[in-house]
Design a protein around this ligand. Structure first.
Ligand code: SF4
Length: 309
């Protein structure tokens, strides 16, 4: 339909983006063609910050559902739309708000820190939010006489615990299926094959405990982009979702990247397509809108994080 009017889907999206006064945010795990036309690409924290300061009327969020919810919480006056409303997150689905309430009853003095990969309803029950780039910093600001309840990613929690010196952390047992499949044996094999390569790792990786000592850097996707840009090395073994390759290659055409697992593909992140982007901009839906009462409660832990970031 639209290709009869426009030369290409990219052109259609570009025209609609202006017509709708929209900004397009894309997570680092999105398909290449979406990252290519986005106004901003980044990890959850960077996209949160861009959402908070945009003056666009519409935010087209190419990520997963909890990210669009976060944008809606931070920008209640904007219209937040997504290309595919079914793009969720298995990790975020591993904890429900009633489970947090129960956990708090069992630990009445506990301070709950949630990874940003949680629903708005879960965030509303938590004290602090964090991302993979600031989890250690957030955990460190919590007074030492308070027990910390960390939810939902067990491996990020393990990393934050090991690097904050906080032994009094209880960890939820959630995990990301995309990162949990990355194996230490494969990392060891790749390191032996590429002895000059630096190894960079996302803290959601299921082999974190066994592989932590092998890593030159453990960081978020945005942290990886920065680390590689500044490193004098030419070869990198990368343990995270494959979508990160787009930015790493674009920013560093002279460097080589080897994925720790070619199969680390988040099927939710890959649900968005250019056709769906164009349709979303045309129809201004599907919309993600967090109800004002819930948004007010969920905003507290996000704003505490942003103030510390
Ligand atoms: S990669 Fe894992 S944590 Fe990230 S959106 Fe996909 S399922 Fe969720």
């Amino acid at each position: 339909m639209s290709e009869k009017i426009y030369g290409s889907l990219e052109e259609e999206i570009s025209v609609l983006r202006k017509k709708r006064h929209a900004v397009i945010l894309a997570h680092n795990y999105q398909n290449d063609e979406i990252q290519q036309l986005a106004d901003f690409t980044g990890d959850s924290l960077r996209l949160c910050q861009e959402a908070a300061k945009t003056d666009a009327e519409v935010i087209l969020f190419c990520g997963v559902h909890f990210m669009a919810e976060t944008a809606s919480i931070l920008c209640p006056d904007k219209k937040v739309i997504v290309p595919d409303i079914d793009a969720g997150c298995s990790l975020a689905d591993m904890v429900r708000p009633e489970e947090i309430r129960q956990w708090k009853q069992q630990h009445p003095q506990g301070v709950v820190v949630c990874y940003i990969n949680t629903s708005a309803a879960v965030k509303a029950e938590c004290d602090y939010c964090c991302t993979s780039s600031n989890a250690v910093r957030i955990v460190k600001v919590i007074p030492k006489n308070k027990e910390i309840l960390f939810v939902p990613d067990f491996f990020l929690g393990t990393y934050a615990k090991a690097n904050s010196g906080r032994d009094d952390m209880s960890l939820w047992r959630g995990y990301c299926p995309t990162h949990v499949m990355i194996q230490t044996s494969e990392i060891e094999r790749l390191k032996a094959e590429h002895p000059q390569a630096e190894f960079i790792m996302h803290p959601e990786c299921g082999c974190l405990t066994k592989s932590m000592h092998l890593a030159d850097k453990i960081t978020s996707t945005e942290g990886m982009v920065k680390y590689v840009r500044e490193s004098p090395k030419k070869e990198f073994i990368v343990a995270t979702e494959v979508g990160i390759l787009y930015r790493l290659r674009k920013d560093n055409p002279d460097k080589t990247f080897i994925m720790a697992s070619e199969h680390s593909i988040c099927s939710y992140m890959k649900m968005h397509t250019l056709e769906k982007l164009a349709l979303a901009l045309e129809n201004l839906q599907p919309e993600v809108k967090v109800a004002p009462d819930l948004a007010k409660k969920a905003r507290v832990c996000i704003e505490r994080m942003l103030a510390l970031s």
